[in-house]
Ligand binder design. Structure first.
Ligand SMILES: NC(=O)c1ccc[n+]([C@@H]2O[C@H](COP(=O)([O-])OP(=O)(O)OC[C@H]3O[C@@H](n4cnc5c(N)ncnc54)[C@H](O)[C@@H]3O)[C@@H](O)[C@H]2O)c1
Length: 266
């Protein structure tokens, strides 16, 4: 779906990839509703955007089903309609082996990444289905098809939203609702600290020698893919390469990532 003139909600719009998606949507002529759990982060996005009434914000925790359910109606009241939703909000888990991951941390990452995405998709779908053209985009992860040691449950949630999104694609075929799922590799954001996670060396930047994609480039790739109507959108050379490697040689690709990432586990 071309985004010019459309009204699009972006979860996680207060920081990182989501913030850059908001800014890029505005550049491409959309009206945008940035959604985030953090008011201060949304305020910073608004300051950067300087987009007047083409950008509004909503402080919503995506794990709060009732608050999310009320969101599309609020957007219709403010903007007249809603044409798309981009699920970017997400967190990582503490970098520990599954055996050492406590139930509270497991619950939190499942709540935000899986339940949060489900809440948003279920809330917006009936509204999107009334539109002449509409689009649902969900950000999964390279970690959703390739296991990262120390991110077992994170990866499981990202694999789950991938399958959910692909099923939605199959279910909406022949309707005006388009569907895309995004697989970013490493993107240089503050997801580690935003998730309250402590990582030796930093997961996506800091002293890590892993090449990363900038959030700006990630946002452009996501919106190019959305506007092209791609089902699968790979962000970064790492995600593209490992996507192929994982299909051609699944076990070897797991070994490769394990060797690269094992120091994260100490
Ligand atoms: N950074 C990476 O390397 C990377 C790689 C693959 C996938 N991803 C995925 O991309 C997405 C964005 O990640 P990012 O790196 O930009 O992270 P980020 O921490 O910079 O941004 C995530 C935003 O989501 C918000 N958020 C968190 N929990 C929320 C909740 N319950 N309700 C509403 N908002 C909430 C945060 O406040 C934050 O502003 C995530 O889904 C992440 O899993 C990131």
């Amino acid at each position: 779906m071309k985004v010019n003139g459309k009204i699009i909600a972006v979860t996680g719009g207060g920081d990182g990839i989501g913030r850059q998606v908001v800014l890029e949507l505005l550049r491409r002529g959309a009206r945008v509703v940035a959604v985030d759990i953090r008011q201060d982060a949304l305020d910073a996005t608004v300051d950067l955007a300087g987009a007047g009434d083409r950008l509004t914000t909503a402080v919503v925790d995506v794990t709060d089903r009732d608050a999310v359910a009320a969101l599309p109606g609020r957007i219709e009241d403010d903007h007249g309609a809603v044409d798309g939703v981009i699920n970017v909000a997400g967190i990582i888990q503490p970098f520990v082996r599954l055996a050492d991951l406590d139930w509270e941390a497991i619950q939190r990452v499942v709540d935000v990444n899986l339940w949060g995405t489900l809440h948003v998709v279920k809330a917006f779908l009936p509204h999107l289905q009334k539109r002449p053209a509409a689009h649902v985009v969900t950000v999964s992860s390279m970690g959703g098809f390739l296991p990262v040691p120390g991110q077992a449950v994170y990866g499981a949630t990202k694999a789950a939203v991938r399958l959910m999104t692909e099923a939605l694609y199959a279910e909406t075929m022949g309707t005006p609702v388009e569907v895309s799922v995004v697989f970013p590799g490493a993107v240089s954001t503050d997801i580690t600290s935003n998730s309250g996670v402590d990582v030796p060396g930093g997961a996506t930047g800091g002293s890590s020698r892993m090449p990363t994609t900038s959030p700006e480039d990630a946002a452009s790739t996501i919106l190019d893919g959305m506007e092209e109507g791609d089902l699968h959108i790979y962000v970064g050379k790492d995600a593209k390469l490992m996507g192929v490697a994982n299909r051609v040689a699944p076990r070897r690709s797991i070994h490769l990532i394990q060797r690269q990432m094992r120091k994260l586990l100490g």
